[in-house]
Design a protein around this ligand. Structure first.
Ligand SMILES: *Cc1c(COP(=O)(O)O)cnc(C)c1O
Length: 471
């Protein structure tokens, strides 16, 4: 399913097969809530030791609520598991992909916990620097970096720049020469493997914008050009095959192709590449219909595949980087909304769907409209004795595709004023939020041990008008 540009989804029919009618509509379905999230006897959701009603009273709704301990535990788990799985090889480093969700406060957690970070723009770079991430722990990505972004990245001394095109090699070489820098670089390779939730496509050529093609010789040409520029130091090759991937076979194939590419470069130039970047994309459970691998399984799988493929290619196993974003931030965050109107709509076949309107929508969570993403929801402010009823959670925007949760069973008596919580919204919700309909973006708050910290305050009308030079 994809949003219709004309504005209407016209999606009808029965609920999806994975959605079960709950035996208790008040119960929290695991594993889609941050660790320790529960409901008290009166039905109020508690996250990070704080009642959802208390969060709403303090900062209003909609609000993104990040369970700090859960976020940091997921990041630490990735770091620990990769360190363990690669201890007998050349080591591995976990980079948090800042684009999933970044604020200065979150960068501070990552800095304290010793995580490295990936950024894709100059502004992401400034935010993580302010949070205290050391430049040596920053990789700079991006498919169309400006001169200003590259000069700044080199000036602060980021560890690594991942090059996305042949033209960028000459751009960086020119800027490095002008500013007397010797940046370390990797080449992003497109290797004909594209993986998303339920699809895994293998082709020779990839019809997408990222990276240098392995199939048409651009990777080989890129390596020659990098080596020809005395100022660029080639650390290795990089790939990122997609997002929300559950298919370990896709990662296995990617590792096979990257080992072969690395071996070809090493043979042609008689050198050894120190590093291999394998990107992110590890899937998370948005609903009970998803069954992701945990970091221990991912790390062990990547290490085993890589060791085998490098042996087959007769090359040394390089140091590895992985870049999870969603798998760290996604499950650690929820969004709290207040219900406004509730409207039953009778559909063909005689069943009715309850349209539940919330005080946010596609401006704070575009993923449902953009990708047909599935989400879940629960009543967060009280216990209900009513039976479950098939519902669709929709926003307040002027757009029929403004849907946050396509299908969910909610208590039949859900009503205006109730709080609704949507889990697994920590990644790619705030970071992709918009001001559609001149809506002010929600705050991002962290909860921990019963305390709330505002990471980003709610946007205001004044914030919006500050850009309007006619105001
Ligand atoms: C988006 C991206 C990531 C993170 O992807 P997730 O699906 O959030 O894990 C990692 N690396 C690169 C290069 C990316 O573009």
């Amino acid at each position: 399913m994809a949003a219709h540009e004309a504005g209407s989804l016209h999606a009808q029919g029965q609920p999806p097969a994975w959605l079960e009618v709950p035996s208790d509509v008040n119960a929290l379905l695991q594993p889609i809530w941050p660790a320790g999230t529960d409901k008290s006897a009166d039905g109020v959701l508690r996250i990070g030791g704080l009642a959802a009603t208390e969060v709403a009273a303090q900062v209003g709704t909609p609000a993104y609520v990040i369970d700090e301990a859960d976020f940091r535990a997921r990041a630490a788990d990735f770091a620990d598991q990769f360190e363990r799985a690669f201890a007998h090889l050349a080591g591995a480093r976990v980079h948090y992909a800042a684009k999933a969700l970044i604020t200065v406060g979150i960068a501070g957690w990552l800095a304290e916990d010793g995580l490295a970070v990936d950024v894709c723009t100059g502004n992401e770079l400034e935010i993580v620097l302010r949070g205290g991430i050391a430049p040596e722990a920053i990789t700079f990505h991006g498919s169309n970096k400006s001169d200003a972004e590259l000069v700044r990245a080199m000036a602060v001394g980021v560890d690594l720049i991942v090059i996305d095109s042949l033209g960028e090699i000459d751009q960086i070489a020119r800027l490095a020469q002008a500013h007397d820098r010797r940046p370390q670089v990797m080449l992003r390779c497109s290797i004909g493997i594209e993986a998303h939730t339920h699809e895994f496509i293998q082709t020779a050529h990839e019809d997408q914008k990222f990276g240098l093609s392995a199939a048409d010789g651009s990777v080989a040409e890129g390596v020659r050009r990098v080596l020809g520029h005395g100022r660029l130091q080639l650390r290795g090759l990089h790939t990122h095959i997609g997002s929300q991937i559950f298919d370990t076979h896709a990662f296995g194939q990617a590792i096979r192709r990257m080992a072969a590419l690395t071996a070809a470069v090493e043979r042609e130039h008689g050198l050894q590449l120190a590093e291999l970047g394998l990107g992110g994309g590890f899937g998370v459970a948005y609903t009970t219909g998803h069954d992701p691998l945990d970091p221990a399984q991912i790390a062990a799988g990547v290490a085993a595949h890589l060791e085998r493929e490098c042996r087959a290619e007769q090359i040394a196993v390089p140091h590895v980087t992985v870049e999870p974003g969603r798998a760290i931030a996604g499950p650690a965050g929820i969004t709290l909304y207040t219900v406004g109107g509730v409207k039953p709509v009778t559909l063909d076949g005689g069943f009715t769907r309850l349209y539940v309107s919330i005080d946010g929508g596609m401006s704070d969570n575009i993923r449902t409209a953009l990708y047909g993403a599935d989400y879940s929801a629960t009543l967060a402010s009280r216990r209900s004795a009513a039976p479950p009823r098939l519902a669709r959670v929709v926003g307040k925007h002027c757009e029929a595709g403004d849907i946050v949760v396509m299908d969910e069973y909610l208590p039949a008596d859900i009503a205006a004023g109730d709080l609704l919580a949507v889990p697994v919204t920590g990644a790619y919700c705030h970071s992709m939020a918009s001001n559609y309909n001149s809506i002010a973006r929600p705050p991002v708050v962290a909860v921990k041990d019963g305390l709330l910290a505002v990471l980003l305050r709610r946007e205001s009308l004044d914030d919006l008008l500050a850009r309007d030079l006619y105001s």
